[in-house]
Structures are given as C-alpha cells and as structure tokens.
Design a protein around this ligand. Sequence first.
Ligand SMILES: Cc1cc2nc3c(=O)[nH]c(=O)nc-3n(C[C@H](O)[C@H](O)[C@H](O)COP(=O)(O)OP(=O)(O)OC[C@H]3O[C@@H](n4cnc5c(N)ncnc54)[C@H](O)[C@@H]3O)c2cc1C
Length: 384
Amino acid sequence: MIKQVEVLIVGGGPAGLCAADAAASMGAHVLVCERFDFPGGQLVKQTHKFFGSEHQYAGERGFQIGQILTEKVKANPNIEIMTDAEVLGFYEDGVVTVLHEGKHWKYKPEKIIVCTGASEKFLEFPGNDLPGIYGAGAVQTLMNLYGVLPAKRALMVGAGNIGLIVSYQLLQAGVDVAGVVEAAPKIGGYLVHASKIRRAGVPIRTGYTVKEAYGNGELEGVIIAKVDEHFQPIPGTEEDVKCDTLCLAVGLSPLTELLWQAGCHMAYIPEFSGHVPVKDENLETSVKGIYAAGDSTGIEEASSAMVEGKIAGYAVAEALGYQKEEAEKRKKEAIAELTELRSGDTGAKVRSGLAKMAEHRIMEMTADGMGELPGELAAKGGNC
Ligand SMILES: Cc1cc2nc3c(=O)[nH]c(=O)nc-3n(C[C@H](O)[C@H](O)[C@H](O)COP(=O)(O)OP(=O)(O)OC[C@H]3O[C@@H](n4cnc5c(N)ncnc54)[C@H](O)[C@@H]3O)c2cc1C
C-alpha cells in the first residue's frame, strides 16, 4: 500500500525540525523520517554552548537546542515524527521507500525536503584501518551520548572547530590528549576553543600530518611528520606519538545520495565541501517538488541549517497554497536572517560558494532554455 503524504522531510536534525515547524505552522501536514531512535541530528551529542545569534539559540548547549526544537515539533498536531525510519530511495513515479522498524513502507509525498546532514571525511595512510581510529564525531557520540570512555590517550587530527571542541571534551572525560596535529599552517577553528585546550597543556602542531599508524591488532601509536608546501611529509621530521586512539576531524561531506538518485543537478563546490544540489531562492532543486536544506547542501553550522530549514518549510507551504502571503512574508524574513548570518569575515567562504552556485544556476537555466535569471537574483548571487 502506498501512503499519501503532503510534505515528507528526510532527516530530523536542526534543518529538518525547523523545516517541519515552518511548513506545519502554515497548515501543511508533515511527516519527518529520522533514521535514528531520536531526532536532533548532530545536536544531540553537543554539550558545548553555541555561538551565533539569539534567534538561533546562541548560549544554549547543542543538545538543549535539539530538545527545544524537538518539543516544539512534537507539540504541533500537523507533524508526525517517525524515528527508526531510514529513507532508502526516491523513484521516478514519485514513490519514496522507507525502512521503518524492520519493515519497508512506500510513501507518495507532494513535496520533499531533504535534510540528511553530512558524514565525516577520512584520511588515507598506512594502518588507517586499525581498531582505535575513529572520526571525531564518533568519539563525541560514544562519550556524550552513550557515556563510553573511548580512549586512555588520544591524538586528534584537525584543528578546526570540531577537532578543538572534541579534544576539549576528551579532556573533560579524563582522557590524556597527546596533541592536535593540523596540516594547514594555522588553526582553522575559533581561537577561544584553541586557547582552552592549550591552557590544559595540549600542544597544537600546525604544519603536521599523520604518516602512518601502527599496532598489533589495535592502535598503539602514530607516526606524525612535518609537511612541505604540497602537504607531503618531509623525510627526517617523523615523530612517534604513543596513543590508543586517533580521532580524525578532517571535515564533513554533504550526504547527497538521495538527491543524486532523484536526478537533481549537482555541482562540485569546494567551499561547500563537495557535490551539492543546485537550488533556487526557495531552496528547491532542479527536480520540481524536491527541496534541500542544511549540511546536505553545503557544510555550514547549525544556525544556518535551522534558517535554511525555515526557508524551505515556508516555501513548501507557499507552493501548496497554505497562507500564501504569510508564508512568503516569513520566508523573506528568514532569507534576510540567513543573509545576516552569512555576512562579515566568517561568512566569506560561504558567500564565495554561493557565487559559484549562482553561476551553476545561470548555466542550468540557459541549458534548459529558461531564459535569463531575474537581475536581482543574478546580482545577489542567489540565495541558494
Ligand atoms: C563537534 C561539532 C561541533 C559543532 N559545533 C557547532 C556550533 O558551535 N555552532 C553551530 O552552529 N554548529 C555547530 N556544529 C555544526 C552543526 O551541528 C551542523 O551544522 C548541523 O547539525 C547541521 O544540521 P542538519 O540538520 O543539516 O544535519 P544533521 O544535524 O546532521 O541532521 C541530519 C539528520 O538526518 C538524518 N538522516 C540522514 N540520512 C537519512 C535518511 N536517509 N533517512 C532518515 N534520516 C536520515 C540523520 O540521522 C540526522 O539526524 C558542530 C558540529 C560538530 C560535529
């Protein structure tokens, strides 16, 4: 049996929950499918206080933001959240298959919003399959969600915010952090996070990489080395770091399999960390009725994922004919909020990605014979 649904949202992270809230607040009926046993996405394991604007709950801890969003969504009778529900595929006849509690279900949504988030990147080096080598997010999940101490002595790779924050959380859990190595010449994350771990005596070695990992059946140590200007290890600079855990915090990749499967036009945009769907100012992809928001469309932060979710949710409500004027007004307010979030020095990378996205849209529209882009959108670089 195929179940009809008005709006199907894939993923119950901050983007998906905010999309659900926005669409349902206008009157649309929404089903959120979340593959884990609980909604919240990455937020559920984040015990640190978030930065940003008070509109996106700055000052609250990540998991508390997840709870606030989940309670709001659960209180709305127009929204059903289905957990243990993994969306497996989109098909040409508009059917979406879902694996829920061990059974396959078919849904036919009028609109879909993809909010699947991201997965951790890995590094290639000899010995990288030894037990004891994890993504930093996995270590964070073990510690903060399941209360499992993952290491006695750990080495972190990557001095972006994730590497720095998880290093601090390892220290809080009582793990001896041997150091942070970072191939780039400078620390990528906020200095406030770097200062906290430095004050605890953890060295941050910029210009270093992992050359190999070794151990007899499990990780016993890691050889690190300085890198040259091509990020290649410089012979003779090797150092042996004894540790039982190596955490890789070397970036995230947007989770886009469903969008590829649906035939959405995809573009490689390094600023967004990989291939992402080309989308318009409503966050609608090239496949009509499929929208996308959050990290699955480019790695940013929870704050922008939430606002993108709102934009997609209001756009979907508007397209379905719910309170069109009000939905459009709120969508425009959310677009202004997102523009504000992406302003200033910290937003420069995202703005550069958006400019490339706008070029892809122009190429796409020209190829489709859809004529010129509206001048305003072309000038702004789109809001994609
Ligand atoms: C260590 C760390 C620290 C961070 N610190 C901050 C910070 O201080 N401030 C900040 O703003 N941001 C921070 N972030 C980033 C922030 O957590 C993410 O940008 C945000 O969670 C992205 O939201 P999202 O909804 O797009 O994706 P996610 O939070 O990843 O949620 C995606 C959801 O989709 C589900 N899903 C995926 N595929 C399917 C499928 N096929 N079917 C059903 N469900 C599916 C996943 O299970 C997940 O629940 C941090 C991230 C990390 C890892």
